[in-house]
Design a protein around this ligand. Structure first.
Ligand SMILES: Nc1ncnc2c1ncn2[C@@H]1O[C@H](COP(=O)(O)OP(=O)(O)O)[C@@H](O)[C@H]1O
Ligand SMILES: O=C(O)C1=C[C@@H](OP(=O)(O)O)[C@@H](O)[C@H](O)C1
Ligand SMILES: [Mg+2]
Length: 173
């Protein structure tokens, strides 16, 4: 089984993805970390040196490589992954996609300290600016995120809750 986690920065894709991989005894990959490993530099450095368009090309290529390589996989995508280069189609066609929906207020709380390592949020100096940026980003991305057949919200995004969701989904489809 391939399970893909999508959603906004700070939604918990990396954290929950790793825990789900342990629970299902499946290999875990984090798309950003795979890009960093192949490029030998951080996401922030890639954005700064090459720009976002280059990062999106690498993201699309590495996604396709991972899918080709691993029939069993829990993959934490980056927040923008489903919104570029027909990546949403790749996700929908090759595995089960779960949208982690977390209210913007909670994203702000989680990201206030770590935003500097996320290049698209780096210049948001105040929590008001961060909240505004997140709201605009979510408004533009919701159309991509909402294509996922599975969705969990806020505190219901636990390993046990996702396992129940997946179980229901498998028996109904
Ligand atoms: N369920 C949760 N409750 C509270 N904080 C969380 C939860 N999941 C993740 N976090 C925290 O939020 C931040 C972003 O989590 P991360 O897994 O990196 O999200 P993403 O990969 O979606 O950007 C981290 O500091 C992490 O510890
Ligand atoms: O939202 C985005 O466009 C991005 C989110 C990041 O991943 P996280 O969602 O894990 O922060 C990372 O891929 C890059 O900084 C771009
Ligand atoms: Mg992540």
């Amino acid at each position: 089984m391939r399970l893909y986690l999508i959603g906004m920065p700070g939604a918990g894709k990396t954290t929950l993805g790793r825990a789900l991989a342990v629970a299902y005894e499946l290999p875990f990959r984090d798309l950003d970390q795979e890009i960093v490993r192949r490029e030998q530099r951080s996401v922030a450095d890639i954005f700064a040196a090459e720009g976002e368009a280059y990062f999106r090309q690498r993201e699309a290529t590495v996604l396709r490589d991972l899918v080709a390589e691993l029939p069993d996989l829990v993959l934490a995508t980056g927040g923008g992954t489903p919104c570029f280069h027909q990546n949403a189609e790749v996700l929908l066609e090759t595995g089960t996609t779960l949208y982690l929906h977390v209210p913007v207020e909670e994203l702000v709380r989680r990201l206030q300290r770590g935003a500097a390592t996320r290049p698209l949020l780096a210049e948001t100096s105040s929590s008001e600016a961060l909240e505004k940026r997140l709201r605009e980003t979510l408004a533009a991305r919701e159309q991509f995120y909402s294509r996922a057949p599975l969705r969990c919200s806020g505190s219901s995004c636990t390993v046990a809750a996702v396992q129940r969701l997946l179980e229901q989904y498998r028996t109904s489809s």
